[in-house]
Design a protein. Sequence first.
Length: 148
Amino acid sequence: MAEAETTKERLEWAIAVCRERGLRRTRAMEELLLALIAADRPRTLAELCGLESLSEQCDKATVYRLLGRLQEKGVIRRLGLHERAAYYAFAYPGEHFDYLVCTDCGKIEALDLECPVETLEKEVMNRTGFSGLYHELEFFGSCPQCVG
Ligand SMILES: [Zn+2]
Ligand SMILES: [Zn+2]
C-alpha cells in the first residue's frame, strides 16, 4: 500500500468519526490530524504548535482545544504523566504503540519492539469470550539523559 494512500485513509477515517460524533471538519483540524498521522512518536502541544502547517492556521489555545475535542471523539490519545507533560498520538483502530515513559523528565517514546501482548490478547479472548480486546502498555523508568 502506498504511503500517501495510507495517510489519506487515516485522515478520512478520523474526519468521518468526528463528523459522526458532531465535530465539524476545519482546516486546522485537518492539519493537526495530518501532523499526528505523520509523527513517528507521540508529540507535545509545544511540538505541534511549532509546526509551520499549524502555526499558520491557529494559535496555541486553539490547538489545545482542538486536541481536547479530538481526544473526546476517540481519534487521538493523550499520554503522559500529567497535564504539563502531555503527549498526543493518533489512534487508528487496530494499531497501537506501547510506550516508555521517563518519570524524571516526563518524556515519552514509542517502544520499538514487537508487541509482546498480542499473543496474550488472543489467549484472553479465547478463554473469556471477550472480543475486540485492545491494550496500551506504558513502561515507567528513567531515560538515559536523566540517568547520565
Ligand atoms: Zn528523562
Ligand atoms: Zn502492545
